[in-house]
Design a protein around this ligand. Structure first.
Ligand code: DAH
Length: 351
């Protein structure tokens, strides 16, 4: 039932409410008061609900008065609530129970995972040199993970990647889907979709069918890089990676390139930096060699350019790939890769 409404009735309810509010002593009482006037069946709510069925004239005057009364009551409620809360704090502080002048407890913020940190640092070093950051799918086709990278079916080079195949058989009875074993498939995907010049950096998760130990995980990150344009040479590769190494491991770093084999580059190399811990004298970190391998790289193989639709007589490029966990292990002296993904807060909190 709605009440008989009039402007007078609105005023009456309002002043009664304000009167009562003055003598409220606790937050519980304040809540009861709110319910009594502005709750679902509250006195003012009832009046507001009845406004719709009044004559247009009455509706205008009574409606306006009721809305105004509601605003007044809401404002008074907020003020009273603050006053009551302040009084509680003042009481506690007077009795010595709390010292309100002490700074509060800081809310724990958490931190970035060490892999996230290092991936960002790596990407930053390359974006500074004009590379764009691109990401790709973790579930990949054999076509991109291998074939487009000059690794045909049944080629022995496939042994370099221990692959996790997805349980999916296509109409030819083949199982062409896998968890990508490296971020290199993005080389082909990018070149298929974009004409040169290309300068990209691809961070992302990779997976391998691997027995885990201190230096092997079955999932890990890689950061891939690709630059293709007219006239790119091995000197560009060296200059770019040298600059990267100095940004991450210190301005005085030296780099070393040695021949290595990856089917998608020719020539292929592995890049090392001189050991930042012993400056090349030989120590535990560099296994007494003075050098630390940090990535694979090379000039993009003509077959890879061709497969993606680039004319290898016009364009050349370089590519590289590195494991950010390995970079972080070297940089922060972490001796077991499994620490990254075992969710041990004692490890994670150190970063
Ligand atoms: N994808 C390679 C791996 O997983 C790493 C790599 C080597 C990437 C040489 C490259 C490269 O782009 O040129 O072992």
């Amino acid at each position: 039932m709605t009440e008989e409404a009039s402007v007078g009735r609105v005023e009456e309810v309002k002043s009664k409410a304000l009167d009562e509010l003055g003598s409220i002593e606790s937050l519980e009482q304040l809540e009861e008061w709110r319910i009594a006037y502005m709750g679902r069946r509250g006195q003012l709510t009832q009046i507001l609900r009845g406004v719709g069925s009044l004559s247009p004239d009455e509706r205008r005057s009574i409606g306006a008065a009721a809305n105004k009364a509601k605003a007044t009551l809401e404002e008074s409620l907020t003020q009273r609530e603050q006053a009551l809360k302040d009084a509680v704090v003042a009481d506690l502080s007077e009795s010595g129970a709390i010292d309100v002048t002490l700074p509060g407890w800081p809310a724990p913020l958490g931190g970035l995972h060490p892999t996230t940190r290092i991936v960002r640092e790596i990407c930053e070093a390359f974006t500074f040199m004009g590379f764009q950051v691109v990401e790709g799918p973790e579930v990949e086709w054999d076509h991109y993970n291998f074939e487009m990278l000059n690794i045909p079916k049944d080629h022995p080079a496939r042994d370099m990647w221990n692959t996790l195949w997805v349980d999916y058989t296509d109409e030819n009875g083949e199982t062409p889907m896998l968890l990508r074993t490296h971020t290199s498939p993005m080389q082909a995907r990018i070149m298929e979709n974009q004409s040169p010049p290309v300068r990209v950096i691809v961070p992302g998760k990779c997976y391998r069918y691997e027995a885990t130990d201190a230096t092997h995980e079955w999932h890990f990150y890689q950061v891939e890089g690709l630059a293709v344009d007219r006239g790119i040479t091995f000197a560009d590769l060296k200059g770019t990676l040298f600059e990267f190494a100095r940004r991450i491991f210190g301005q005085e770093r030296k780099v070393r390139f040695r021949c290595d084999y990856f089917p998608f580059v020719e020539p292929g190399v592995d890049m090392s930096i001189d050991c930042f811990a012993c400056s090349g004298k030989g120590c535990r970190i560099c296994s007494d060699t003075g050098w630390i391998e940090i990535m694979g790289a090379g000039m993009v193989h003509p077959k890879v350019l061709e497969a993606a639709g680039y004319d290898h007589n016009i364009y050349t490029g370089f590519a590289f790939g590195m494991g950010p966990e390995r970079i972080a292990m070297l940089k922060y002296g972490i001796d077991d890769i499994r620490l990254f993904y075992s969710n041990d807060l004692r490890f994670l909190k150190q970063f």
